[in-house]
Design a protein around this ligand. Structure first.
Ligand code: UD1
Ligand code: PEP
Length: 443
């Protein structure tokens, strides 16, 4: 639990490291290589700890080195016991991505039940359908999925019904060493996926990204290790930027990169926030600030890249509670990603949820009665509350709301959720002048 004394603008500088949503996938990709790999600038977040644990139970030696690097020795990849693997059941989305690498290295894989944020059904039908097309046999057991490839994996022609990030990564990780060529249509093209393709290319893969979401992979027999510096975490950068706006502060996010954040930057400016890009390759970043005066309401929709990323939605909604007028946020990626607004309402925010597609583009959730559009009327004077964090991004948003509110809030669940994606966030809050404490810490 964190005690947050609100009302102080966040001011100062913090640094973001490698992206959570690339680092974990690059760690899995290391298993495909027959020689060691090194990944630099790895954030100390709990998801990295979970994936390290998963790799270790499969015989990968994971060691840390200078510049927050991780080194992976994959010379002794081996099957893990179901009990060992199941320690990681329900911990993240990543285990499903081990299918391709383990099938190529061992001919079989056992995948425990998945975790990750509870923001919708999050099925894995695209993953399993694609794996079956590659030639894998999938058996559901009470403890998880048993997957084998009696005749190896063979390249496929496959179209995703929706450009899923995870399913695109699944196909990439299976296709790079499959026999023949794979063509994936309607693929996701998030910057983290392009960076994963860079990792795989370094390992010896042949991958072409065509226009119109088509990715073509020519399978190769062997892959070797890589050395890679990941793209910075654009979600974390956007979260701190939103915190600067909501608290009327100014935050320099060292490491943030304009190219990955173009969509976010346009939204930030439309709301009335200011930013300045420093391009220095050594110590560059983006300075975000509230210029004073009223913020402007906006109508937004989340979408797959290059649209507005769904993981920016929650921090932005907190900032929009301070805009003057009616804003709309239409969530088109997940069907249940507004649960956290109930706590914001308890803090004085004026937010109504609707099952209609209010953003303009009809989406998959419109006719299915999911409350997936929000109307935010601002500005609202937020007041302190006791907050129970439901997931990672919602948790950070609750924290921002508590920082922007008048009075002292208690925020529960920080260690379980926020540490999944925000490195050293308490130290970063302190660096930005936030008045936050752990109960009993002063004793
Ligand atoms: C670890 C990681 O990288 N997580 C990110 C990844 O999650 P993740 O890869 O799980 O998200 P997806 O892009 O796969 O999910 C998008 C949508 O597709 C649906 N779907 C997905 C797979 C499938 O087999 N069937 C299906 O219907 C999901 O229910 C969801 O509605 O991309 C999301 C969308 O940018 C981000 O919010 C997450 O932070
Ligand atoms: C939804 C998220 O993560 P995950 O897919 O790991 O649950 C997120 O990072 O906001």
């Amino acid at each position: 639990m964190l005690i947050v004394h609100g009302g102080t603008p966040l001011k100062g500088e913090i640094r973001v490291r490698g992206a959570k949503n690339l680092v974990s996938k690059a760690m899995v990709a290391a298993v495909l290589g027959e020689t060691p790999s090194t990944l630099y600038d790895v954030p100390q977040i709990s998801d990295v700890g979970i994936v390290s644990g998963l790799l270790r139970v499969h015989g990968v030696e994971v060691t840390s080195g200078h510049d927050q690097s991780l080194h992976f020795d994959t010379s002794k990849v081996e099957a893990a016991g179901v009990d060992e693997i199941n320690i990681h059941a329900g911990s993240s989305r990543i285990p499903i991505l081990l299918c391709g690498p383990l099938l190529h290295r061992l001919g079989r894989a056992f995948i425990p039940d998945l975790g990750g944020c509870n923001i919708g059904g999050r099925p894995i039908d695209f993953h399993l359908n694609a794996l079956r097309e590659f030639g894998a046999v999938v058996d559901k057991t009470p403890g998880g999925l048993e997957i084998t490839a009696p005749e190896g994996l063979k390249g496929i022609q496959y179209r995703l019904d929706y450009p899923s990030v995870g399913a695109t990564e699944q196909v990439l990780l299976a296709a790079v060493r499959a026999e023949g060529t794979t063509e994936l249509r309607n693929a996701a093209i998030e910057p983290e996926i392009i960076d994963l393709i860079c990792v795989l290319q370094k390992m010896g893969a042949i991958i072409k990204v065509h226009t119109n979401r088509v990715i073509e992979i020519t399978g190769v027999e062997r892959l070797h290790g890589y050395s890679h510096r990941p793209i910075p975490d654009r979600i974390e950068a956007g979260s701190w930027a939103s915190a600067a706006l909501a608290t009327q502060g100014e935050v320099f996010v060292r490491g943030a990169r304009q190219a990955d954040m173009m969509t976010f930057l346009n939204v930030f400016r439309s709301i009335g926030g200011e930013y300045e890009v420093n391009d220095s390759p050594v110590d560059g970043g983006i300075r975000f600030w509230h210029p004073g005066g009223p913020l402007k309401p906006v109508a937004l929709e989340t979408d797959v890249h290059p649209g507005l990323m769904t993981d920016w939605q929650q921090p932005l909604v907190v900032a929009l509670t301070q805009a003057q007028g009616l804003s709309i946020m239409h969530e088109t990626v997940y069907e249940r990603r507004f649960g956290y607004t109930q706590e914001l309402r308890a803090m004085g925010a004026n937010i109504e949820l609707y099952s209609e597609c209010l953003g303009g583009t009809p989406c998959r959730w419109g006719r299915r009665n999911f409350l997936h559009s929000a109307v935010i009327a601002g500005p609202s004077k937020l007041h302190a509350a006791d907050l129970q964090i439901p997931d990672l991004r919602a948790g950070f948003s609750h924290l921002i709301a508590a920082l922007a509110a008048e009075g002292t809030s208690r925020v529960y669940g920080v260690d379980r959720y926020i540490t999944r994606g925000y490195e050293n966030f308490e130290a970063k809050l302190a660096a930005l002048g936030a008045n936050v404490e752990r109960p009993g810490a002063a004793l």
